[in-house]
Design a binder for this molecule. Structure first.
Ligand SMILES: [Zn+2]
Length: 305
């Protein structure tokens, strides 16, 4: 718990009411929900929830470090304990955080409040499957909706300010999406074809009018291993569709993507995208909006040729 922040909030309230700090009998109940201690799982959620806390108060700890793969992240025992201590845990859900499922379940059994947002944004299924796709944040409009839902959840344990701040932040994301769309729309329609690291771009493709020719790891998680046959088939598809770029993952090895590119028979560029983690500080992709803008820029530059 952010005891210091709570104390400070109480003082601010007392000052606002024109009461002296000596009126110690004044209940602090009204402000006890301020200064929430929040844990977010992914860097994308950590960033948007961090902005909410900057606006409405509270502290946010992001569990999965920048550059780490949410599909493959296992928490330390200290991190598991932090889930129970937090006022609320904001998780992506839909099995994105595969290595956190047990920890989140046992934290909930121990009384932790966990809000998984992805199930609430009308999730899509992976192509050709009935499994819901957790990568919703690649559609900025859904992320804006998610921010509003998270704000409403935080308001149930904190103040209404979280809800108000979420509305402003969602509006900011929707405005940034207009720019991202303009960037992506500058790619000629017949070149809007993606080959990616794993099946993470379904929402992106649907939202921004792109199609997906395939993925190096033909799975919704990075944990699957592609077969030689699937890699050969991907190279064939790339050639048949005249694709000129494979989008790899800044945080994963590029050997497979490079090998596929080498099989196509004409030059195919391997371009890094920020996939399931924001970029490092100073990369321009360290905020959620910057991450989406960086990816849109990279895709546009690669496909416009
Ligand atoms: Zn993923």
């Amino acid at each position: 718990m952010a005891k210091g922040a709570r104390g400070a909030s109480a003082l601010i309230l007392l000052a606002a009411l024109g009461l002296s700090a000596c009126s110690s009998t004044t209940t602090t109940e009204a402000t006890s929900a301020e200064g929430l201690s929040i844990v977010a799982t992914t860097t994308m959620l950590g960033n948007v929830v961090g902005d909410l806390a900057a606006c409405a108060g509270g502290t946010v700890t992001t569990l999965i470090p920048g550059g780490a793969d949410p599909h493959d992240f296992s928490p330390s025992s200290k991190q598991v304990a932090s889930l129970v201590r937090a006022d609320i845990v904001i998780a992506n859900g839909l099995d994105l955080e595969g290595g956190l499922v047990d920890a989140l379940n046992s934290a909930q059994a121990d009384g932790a409040r966990v809000y998984e947002v992805a199930p609430h944004i009308s999730p899509e299924e992976f192509a050709g499957s009935t499994t819901p796709d957790p990568h919703f944040w690649f559609d900025m409009s859904r992320m804006a909706d998610a921010v509003e839902l998270i704000g409403a959840q935080l308001a149930t344990v904190g103040t209404d300010k979280y809800r108000d701040c979420a509305l402003d932040q969602a509006a900011e994301i929707r405005a940034a999406e207009t720019q991202v769309k303009a960037t992506l729309n500058s790619v000629p329609v017949d070149k809007r074809v993606l080959v990616t690291d794993h099946d993470a771009f379904g929402y992106f493709a649907k939202a921004y009018g792109y199609s997906i020719a395939g993925a190096v790891i033909p799975s919704g998680t990075t944990l699957a291993e592609p077969s030689t046959a699937s890699l050969a088939a991907l190279a064939k598809t790339i050639k048949a569709e005249g694709v000129t770029a494979i989008f790899a993952n800044t945080n994963a090895p590029k050997a497979l993507a490079t090998a596929v590119a080498g099989e196509v028979g004409y030059p195919v560029e391997v371009v890094d995208l920020y996939v399931d983690s924001l970029g490092a500080s100073g990369s321009g992709a360290e905020s959620y909006i910057g991450y989406m803008q960086s990816n849109a820029q990279r895709i546009t530059e690669a496909l416009k040729g």
